[in-house]
Design a binder for this molecule. Structure first.
Ligand code: FE2
Length: 396
């Protein structure tokens, strides 16, 4: 991310800085400077100026370990899951239901029933929330971040926040102990996005407004750390920042701002890459023109993704390559097996000038484990969907 700043900050770092709004004669207390940085002091950082020490707690609450139940299927096959029937459950944090995970990334779905009645911070991982449906704001320690349908909301670790909903919500949620970044190949050596990248800095939206709360009361905060949730009670409002600057801040990027690429002949998935994390990528398959040579095959060729797991969420439109797959479905094409369009799909798509599909794909370079929720939503007939003679049969 580029440099950004909101609110009031002093001209130099690490100097005496008082809240000029409450005192013109130098009598106000010194503000508390907090450096929030990655990789010790060698990565990106932001500096925030608080009214009160961010270490201050009133009470230390409970630590709740995260209980994640694994489903180990009996067979290794292509899988399909239907998330459409998932009803509202829980809040914007504890309502996230994990579908898949490994040591690099955890993927869930969330249909929150309500806003969280506490502040939340991921202490050890970056989060991406893909808003399939919903509008609202994320109130954060960096300011207020409005979001809308098809936004990727990217929240770096260390950011205290809470969601405020304007409409009902449906999300995909990503958690990674690594960092969420734009792909290296889209950036020049200074970090600026290159002309050929499918988006520009203008498409990444920082918090819009910083409101400072100098309030006393009871403010619960839950922090995700060490595979669990630690709760605290604060006696000062956690959003007591009067200003900040730096390279670490939450932002939104809307999938509809992804500038899709097409070629005379079919382009591979890296053309759709949006983010990178450790051993995984997130791609946006946006509505686009299809390959334009009269001889072009407009759907993907079969491929053996020997070293990766390919998972795709169908967010909008009509997905031509997959029969029986609708908006709200997720396909999993695991490593070790070839996959491609189902019989008949390629012929049907020939000569089509464009597609209106919107899909979010995540490829992981190490195997994914499935959570018990996948078993509940699994459609075992998908494994046979390439063989018309076995249509409707369910894989064991
Ligand atoms: Fe694929």
């Amino acid at each position: 991310m580029r440099y950004h700043s909101l609110g009031r900050i002093p001209a130099k770092r690490h100097v005496q800085f008082r809240d000029s709004e409450t005192s013109s004669n130098g009598s106000a207390p010194l503000l508390v400077e907090e450096v929030m940085g990655f990789e010790g002091f060698s990565g990106n950082e932001s500096i925030l100026y608080h009214l009160w020490s961010p270490c201050r707690v009133k009470d230390v609450g409970e630590f709740e370990p995260i209980a994640l139940e694994e489903w180990v299927p009996d067979t290794h096959v292509h899988r399909l899951t239907d998330t459409r029937g998932l009803g509202p459950m829980g809040d914007s944090v504890l309502g996230r239901r994990v579908l898949q995970y490994n040591n690099d990334v955890e993927l869930g779905v969330c249909v929150p029933e309500r806003e969280a009645d506490y502040f939340y911070r991921d202490g050890e991982g970056d989060e991406v929330i893909f808003v399939h449906e919903g509008e609202g704001v994320v109130e954060t320690i960096f300011g207020t971040l409005p979001y809308r349908t098809h936004d990727y909301v990217v929240i770096p670790r260390g950011t205290t926040y809470r969601f405020r909903f304007d409409t009902p919500q449906k999300w995909l949620t990503f958690y990674t102990p690594g960092e969420i970044e734009t792909p290296n190949r889209y950036r020049n050596r200074y970090g600026q996005l290159l002309e050929h990248s499918p988006y520009s800095q203008r498409d990444f939206h920082p918090p819009e407004e910083l409101e400072t709360f100098d309030e006393q009361g009871e403010y619960p905060v839950t922090v995700r750390v060490r595979d669990g949730f630690q709760s605290y009670m604060l006696d000062r409002h956690p959003f007591d920042v009067v200003g900040w600057d730096g390279y670490v801040w939450p932002y939104t990027f809307n999938a509809d701002d992804f500038e899709p690429r097409a070629g005379r002949f079919h382009l591979p998935p890296p053309a759709h890459q949006t983010f990178q994390g450790p051993n995984f990528v997130i791609c946006t398959f946006a509505p686009r023109m299809l390959d334009w040579d009269p001889e072009a095959v407009t759907l993907p060729y079969h491929h053996s993704n020997i070293q990766s797991e390919e998972v795709m969420f169908y967010a909008a439109g009509d997905y031509a390559a997959r029969k029986g797959v609708d908006v709200g479905f997720i396909t999993l094409h695991p490593s070790g097996l070839p996959h491609g369009p189902q019989p008949g799909a390629v012929e049907k798509a020939l000569g089509k000038p464009r597609t209106d599909e919107l899909a979010v794909m995540w490829d992981t370079f190490r195997p994914l484990r499935l959570a018990a929720l996948w078993e509940e939503l699994d459609k075992p007939e998908y494994a046979y969907s390439w063989n018309p003679d076995r249509a409707g049969a369910a894989a064991p």
